[in-house]
Design a protein around this ligand. Structure first.
Ligand SMILES: Nc1ncnc2c1ncn2[C@@H]1O[C@H](COP(=O)(O)OP(=O)(O)O)[C@@H](O)[C@H]1O
Ligand SMILES: O=P(O)(O)OC[C@H]1O[C@](O)(COP(=O)(O)O)[C@@H](O)[C@@H]1O
Ligand SMILES: [Mg+2]
Length: 520
């Protein structure tokens, strides 16, 4: 704990004043955030962000002044930090522990900046012109985020808010001009799935987007999207910096695949898992009522098998799960098909869940890229179903196979209550981050705390399921499936120099003395 407190120093005004403690940023802080005042002279002004506890009860009326002592209950100090890695010690022989090339696990504290409203802001709300865009594929909760961004902007006193239609295309398509957004207009959009603004893939020239932002005098730009949209947001930020535009860019990560690094989870994921689990249970019901029933469900996950893994555990009725991160063989004694045969012979039923990106090495991909630059995958679900039917036919075992692809039903759903709340918090914090003057940032939950994070760090690479992780082990424990005779695609942990602490030796049995008495 000494190390923890040594990160803080006391200011000159004494220990009794909480404002007197300041965070000393670690050297080379990887989570440092660009700020609009880094390059422009932008004086901070006292925030007018108030909740209604101060007595303002009429929508649209001016916010009342609150007692300065109340401020601590509303604002988050800019020095607040959230610890990114919270396991205090991890033995290198433990599952899922990352360690250095010498096999040593080192505690390197990494801090992310805590999100929330600041007492000092860098934009006069009356001069704010905000724009919001949603890009990429659909995800439950998009409307909730749009709605809360609008609500929060209005709470600050902003009344110039534009909704860009159909993703980045809306900057150039004259048939779809921006929509003026207000609390009144978006009040009920959380009751519906999809995006009120529309989405698209593909991108007009960056210069055209930045030209429009400049022409429309936008100074806060909110991008709700996944890895691609965030890459776009960063590119736009860089162009705006070059033009010395007084504009902040704030992302809100939308990826149903939950494939963004560092974040605990992205919005819509829980809803997707819940709905995906329903599809699996339907496949189980069909298969269990059929003679030699085989249920096959394909779920989303271009590169990451998170939805598939979590929905499999949630359902509990899955015999085989196949995800992009783990290779497998179909044929042969230890292959998937032989295992399915055993299941059918033994139980008369087999339920298989596959992620969209699984087994791409086994089939001829369609090849090429979509409008956004994402690889176009071969349809593994259909290919797999065909192979299963073919195999059982050659074995002369009659089966009744049902194939379910619930992708678009899941994506179009209204989100569940947990995601409604999650989206509200993300939307509100996006606006707080923008008013605080941060730019090229995104909002996410890290170890249960909401944080402002630099976009380039979170989109460096997509997060994938680690086959060596505790969660994947839980998943295959739940299905009971064997290793289908294939090497893991994600490299195994390197063996450290023999004898060093951290070598991958099996855990020694705990000595009796180390087991706390009274707990056995
Ligand atoms: N590297 C990039 N630079 C600029 N824009 C990008 C980049 N990658 C994707 N985009 C744009 O971001 C938008 C959304 O990307 P896409 O991959 O479809 O969805 P998502 O944001 O959900 O990953 C598209 O308009 C796409 O053209
Ligand atoms: O059919 P579409 O619109 O191309 O979307 C398919 C993709 O959308 C997703 O559900 C989510 O993708 P994005 O987060 O990139 O929008 C992927 O799992 C899937 O590959
Ligand atoms: Mg993408």
């Amino acid at each position: 704990m000494v190390g923890f407190f040594s990160c803080f120093r006391r200011g000159s005004s004494g220990a009794s004043n909480p404002q007197a403690f300041h965070f000393s940023p670690p050297f080379n802080d990887p989570f440092a955030l660009p700020h609009i005042s880094d390059r422009l002279i932008m004086p901070a002004i006292e925030s007018n962000y108030r909740t209604k506890s101060g007595g303002n009860s009429i929508e649209g009326s001016a916010s009342p002044k609150v007692d300065a002592n109340d401020m601590r209950r509303i604002y988050v100090h800019d020095d607040d930090r959230v610890l990114v890695k919270i396991v205090h010690f991890g033995h290198p022989s433990s599952v899922g522990i990352e360690y250095d090339e010498n096999g040593n696990w080192q505690f390197r504290p990494l801090w992310a900046r805590r999100a929330g409203p600041r007492a000092w802001i860098y934009f006069n709300p009356e001069q704010v012109k905000a724009a919001i865009v949603t890009c990429g594929g659909l995800c439950p909760g998009l409307n909730d985020v749009i709605r809360q961004v609008v609500f929060t902007l209005e709470t600050y006193g902003v009344n110039h808010i534009l909704g860009i239609q159909y993703g980045f295309k809306g900057f150039v398509d004259k048939n779809y001009p921006p929509i003026k957004l207000s609390r009144k207009l978006v009040k009920t959009i959380n009751m519906e799935g999809g995006s009120f603004l529309g989405v698209s893939r593909g991108c007009p020239p960056l210069k055209d987007i930045v030209d429009r932002l400049e022409e429309w005098n936008i100074n806060m730009f909110y991008v709700i999207g996944g890895n691609g949209s965030h890459a776009g947001a960063t590119a736009i930020y860089e162009q705006c910096e070059k033009r010395k535009m007084k504009m902040v860019v704030v992302g809100i990560p939308k990826t149903i695949d939950n494939d963004i690094e560092i974040l605990d989870k992205t919005f819509g994921f829980d809803t997707a898992v819940e709905e995906a689990q329903r599809a699996i249970n339907a496949a189980y019901t069909e298969a269990s009522s059929a003679y030699n029933g085989v249920g096959i469900v394909k779920l989303m996950g271009r590169q990451s098998g998170y939805i598939t893994m979590y929905a499999t555990i949630a359902s509990g009725q899955v015999d085989i799960v196949l995800i992009p991160e783990v290779t497998f063989t179909m044929g042969g004694k230890h292959g998937v098909l032989e295992y399915m045969k055993q299941k059918i012979e033994l139980n008369g039923i087999c339920v298989v869940v596959v992620a969209e990106g699984a087994g791409q090495d086994l089939l001829e991909g369609v090849g090429g890229l979509d409008a956004s630059g994402n690889p176009i995958l071969g349809d593994f679900g259909k290919w797999f179903t065909g192979k299963v039917k073919e195999f059982f036919a050659t074995q002369k075992i009659p089966i009744d196979a049902k194939y379910i692809d619930p992708t678009y039903m899941i994506r179009a759903r209204v989100c569940n209550s947990g995601d409604h709340i999650f989206c509200s918090i993300l939307g509100q914090n996006a606006v707080h981050g923008a008013f605080a003057g941060y730019t090229n940032i995104t909002i996410g939950v890290v170890n249960t705390h909401y944080c402002f994070l630099p976009i380039p760090i979170v989109i460096k690479k997509p997060r994938m399921v680690d086959p060596n992780s505790v969660m994947y082990h839980r998943c295959v424990t739940s299905t009971g499936q064997p290793d289908f005779n294939a090497p893991l695609r994600v490299p195994q942990l390197a063996t450290s120099p023999a004898g060093k602490q951290g070598s991958l030796q099996p855990h020694p049995p705990p000595s009796r003395g180390s087991i706390p008495r009274g707990r056995l």
